[in-house]
Design a protein around this ligand. Structure first.
Ligand SMILES: NC(=O)c1ccc[n+]([C@@H]2O[C@H](COP(=O)([O-])OP(=O)(O)OC[C@H]3O[C@@H](n4cnc5c(N)ncnc54)[C@H](OP(=O)(O)O)[C@@H]3O)[C@@H](O)[C@H]2O)c1
Length: 261
């Protein structure tokens, strides 16, 4: 599945959340394939990434997505590939009763509306050029929702997957491919932060919380979480020209976690 160096030569790309975790691995993958890459996060990366244009913005806010869209269009003159990787859960443990309206709104802003707004900003250009690829990073929690700390997140990802499918029906005939990638537990900075919060909420240590998280998913048949680079390889494939007939579908990468077909 690995793309060869040069597979993305000259492609104009935006990867959101490209300073950590899955997003950072995608940035490296596409840049190494020859793409011109912009990325965004709230904080600048500790080390700047060679050949990557960084835009500081909070894309869970409307003015953040507007700033990113303007800057990318000025810098690249258009866009060929948009990878919406920003997302995550920041709510406290404790189930439904611990979730305030603000927690719900934050989950929807980061996991659904950031993608909706960026897609809306870049789609007119993609439709005008008759080509483009949009990838939404969803989660297996959209089908396997957990309730401790991630209920709002799971519901927001379900909305993202449904939105992604509907959008693909609309813009596919206009030359824009839309797909979704749903990772399971992946060893990223965000996953470590979630484990810290679960350990604090249940009064255990981190390795116990990590095992409990795997158990709450029903176990991972391959015996380990995914690595960010493995998820990035899948995203790079669906974004590449070799995946030209892949459209409107969601690809799960979870080591077999979801037990149903
Ligand atoms: N890790 C998993 O187990 C897992 C499982 C299923 C799905 N996913 C999905 O995969 C995607 C990436 O997750 P990850 O685990 O790689 O996350 P991560 O390690 O926390 O990285 C998130 C990236 O997004 C940026 N970011 C977060 N909020 C932002 C905002 N409001 N505006 C702009 N940038 C923002 C972060 O930088 P700043 O903090 O500086 O803004 C960082 O670069 C998410 O959509 C997540 O839901 C992850």
């Amino acid at each position: 599945m690995t793309n060869k160096v040069g597979d993305f030569a000259g492609k104009r790309v935006l990867v959101t959340g490209g300073t950590k975790g899955i997003g950072r691995a995608v940035v490296q993958r596409l840049r190494d394939g020859g793409a011109k890459v912009c990325t965004t996060a709230r904080a600048a990366p500790a080390q700047s990434q060679d050949g990557v244009h960084f835009i500081a913005a909070d894309i869970s806010m409307m003015d953040g997505t507007a700033l990113v869209a303007d800057t990318v269009l000025r810098h690249l003159g258009g866009l060929d590939i948009l990878v919406n990787s920003v997302g995550g859960a920041s709510a406290p443990g404790g189930g439904y009763a611990a979730l305030t309206d603000d927690d719900w709104q934050r989950a929807l802003n980061a996991n659904l509306l950031a993608s909706v707004r960026l897609d809306r900003a870049f789609l007119p250009g993609m439709i005008a050029q008759g080509s483009g690829v949009i990838v939404h990073v969803s989660s297996i929690q959209r089908r396997l929702p957990l309730f401790d700390a991630t209920l709002a997140y799971a519901a927001a990802k379900a909305a993202l997957s449904t939105y992604s499918k509907g959008l693909s029906n609309e813009v596919g005939p206009k030359g824009v491919r839309v797909t979704s990638v749903a990772p399971g537990f992946t060893e990223t900075d965000a996953a470590s932060a979630l484990i810290d919060r679960l350990a604090a909420a249940s009064g255990t240590n981190n390795s116990q919380a990590r095992l409990d998280l795997m158990k709450s998913l029903g176990g991972i048949p391959i015996g380990r979480p995914a690595r960010p680079e493995e998820v990035a390889d899948l995203i790079a494939f669906v974004a590449s020209e070799r995946a030209g007939a892949i459209h409107g579908t969601e690809y799960v990468i979870d080591g077999g976690t979801v037990p149903t077909i």
